[in-house]
Design a protein around this ligand. Structure first.
Ligand code: XIL
Length: 506
């Protein structure tokens, strides 16, 4: 049973550009605004805010951003219809103290049953004392809502409206202190399972991104394999080719995914026009290119593109020296210029340096020296991308990855952040595991070990992306004279491999 609380109007600025609604027990004030406070009582199990919605398309998502005064598990659900014909779709979230984006999938809306409500159930049994939950930027691919919100308490153990189950979605955590992240027991998708750890990302190219309707629900981050690269967007000076990237970012947004922008400045495939000229000319071209591209996606898609690999692979494997491209003309200023231009174009997008072989000590130390200089010089950098092209042994030029070294690399970046007092997010940006012997058991073990390390670093790692989805499509197939690489969680027929279970079951 739902027990209406007294005076439960909510402060609603949702019509403002960055409107927000404070979800709390509320007291209406005379001028129609609402003064809010949030109290966890033993009588109340959870509360929800709801908003009437209308959804006409299948496979739609409703997106929103949430934060709370202290981290709290929330079940977000979409309910269509009432009574016996009600259909409920839900996602278990952990809302942190900074705004982050969430989406609820409404995957198979029955015909004619398109009106419903969205409800958010914060779990009171995780709370002590007072707090607040904030929601903003409700949106969806095919969705609209009135600006009506309400708050209702749910009686402890009542289960809620037409639900026989726990409204927090099986969160059986007791009321005692528990610092362990919340892991939903009944999750279907990878990203749900990892919702209190990091985003789960998929990478795909123009030819295959649309072919994973059965699998893309596992992911809430998306990377274009090549279509946002300098050689695709900026092959010719002064001309910008956004066609493919725009299509793919639209698709990602419609499917409830944020996008990692990859990559602005990369030596590989960089066209001559941007490399040639004096230092001042090259810096100006880098500036204009980075500014224009970041601005394009911000203006067109808002915060869908949530981060950029601003500079990719500036350090060589050769003793940690800078690669000559760009550096030969500009020194480290080319990196500083690129980050500053990206920041000028978008004050909020997260800016990353991305590279591979960070588990190699020499290369990592070179990257850390470079990052330290950027940070000390006030260059706007938010994170490090560790590509994560790993391996089990077997094949030409394939060396088994030592996860202890991966762990040491992550720890080293965390130490740099502490030393410089400059927060750094870590993304694993291009995870794949060379598996040229197609050994499912060893592959699963390597994934298991790696994800244990990643979960242990959940305070710094905010996204893990695999550089492909199924074994059918990988840049590693045929790489270095090897055959197929079998590097992923799904086989060619989209079936889950043991590696999937190794990542999913923990
Ligand atoms: C690769 C793509 O997967 C290929 O399709 C393309 O031909 C070359 O680039 N490091 C990176 C990625 O940062 O952009 C690369 O992607 C793989 C290595």
């Amino acid at each position: 049973m739902f027990l209406p609380l007294t005076a439960c109007n909510l402060k609603d600025n949702s019509s403002a550009e960055s409107g927000w609604v404070s979800l709390t027990m509320a007291t209406a004030t005379e001028n129609g605004e609402t003064q809010v406070s949030y109290v966890a009582t033993s009588a109340a199990y959870s509360a929800f805010v709801y908003s009437p919605i209308s959804m006409s398309a299948k496979d739609s998502f409703i997106n929103f951003e949430l934060k709370a005064t202290s981290p709290i598990p929330v079940r977000a659900e979409v309910v269509y219809g009432t009574g016996d014909s009600a259909e409920t779709y839900y996602t278990n979230l952990v809302v942190g103290t900074e705004y982050s984006s969430f989406s609820v999938r409404a995957s198979s809306v029955k015909n004619g049953q398109t009106a419903g409500v969205i409800r958010l159930y914060p779990s009171y049994n995780q709370l002590s004392g007072a707090g607040e939950l904030f929601i903003k930027n409700l949106s969806g691919s095919d969705y609209y809502t009135s600006s009506f919100y309400s708050l209702t308490a749910v009686e402890k153990n009542s289960g809620g409206n037409n639900q026989s189950e726990d409204p927090t979605g099986g969160n059986n955590q007791s009321e005692e202190e528990n610092d362990e992240p919340y892991v939903p027991e009944n999750a279907t998708y990878l990203y749900e399972k990892y919702s209190s750890y990091f985003k789960m990302g998929m990478c795909a190219g123009y030819d295959d991104y649309n072919s994973y309707s059965d699998l893309n629900g596992h992911y809430n981050s998306f990377t274009c394999e090549n279509e946002m690269k300098l050689y695709e967007i900026g092959q010719n000076e002064g001309q910008y080719n956004f066609d493919k990237a725009d299509q793919m970012v639209s698709w990602a947004r419609a499917n409830g995914k944020k996008v990692r922008g990859h990559a602005l400045i990369w030596y590989q495939g960089a066209p001559d026009w941007i490399k040639n000229g004096s230092k001042a000319q090259v810096l100006e071209k880098i500036h204009n290119y980075c500014y224009t591209v970041v601005k394009h996606f911000k203006d067109r898609f808002g915060d869908t593109v949530y981060c950029w690999d601003v500079v990719n692979e500036a350090i060589s494997d050769n003793g940690g020296a800078f690669r000559n491209e760009f550096y030969g003309t500009c020194g480290i200023d080319f990196i500083k210029e690129a980050f500053r231009a990206a920041r000028d174009a978008d004050a909020n997008v997260k800016l990353f340096y991305n590279d591979y072989n960070m588990d190699d000590l020499t290369k990592r130390n070179a990257v850390i020296r470079m990052l330290r200089e950027l940070i000390n010089d006030g260059v706007p950098i938010d994170g490090v991308g560790m590509q994560g092209h790993y391996a089990i042994s077997g094949g030409n030029n394939v060396y088994e990855t030592n996860v202890n070294r991966v762990n040491a690399a992550i720890t080293a970046f965390e130490s740099l952040a502490a030393e410089t007092n400059h927060p750094l997010e870590i993304h694993i940006t291009e995870l794949d595991i060379k598996n040229y012997t197609n050994d499912n058991t060893r592959l699963a073990n390597k994934y298991r070990e790696l994800f244990e390390v990643f979960r242990n670093h959940r305070n710094s790692i905010t996204c893990v992306t695999t550089w492909g989805v199924t074994d059918a499509h990988s840049w590693l197939n045929g790489f270095n004279g090897n055959g197929d690489a079998y590097p992923f969680l799904f086989d060619r027929n989209h079936n889950k491999k043991p590696a999937f279970n190794a990542v999913f079951d923990f």
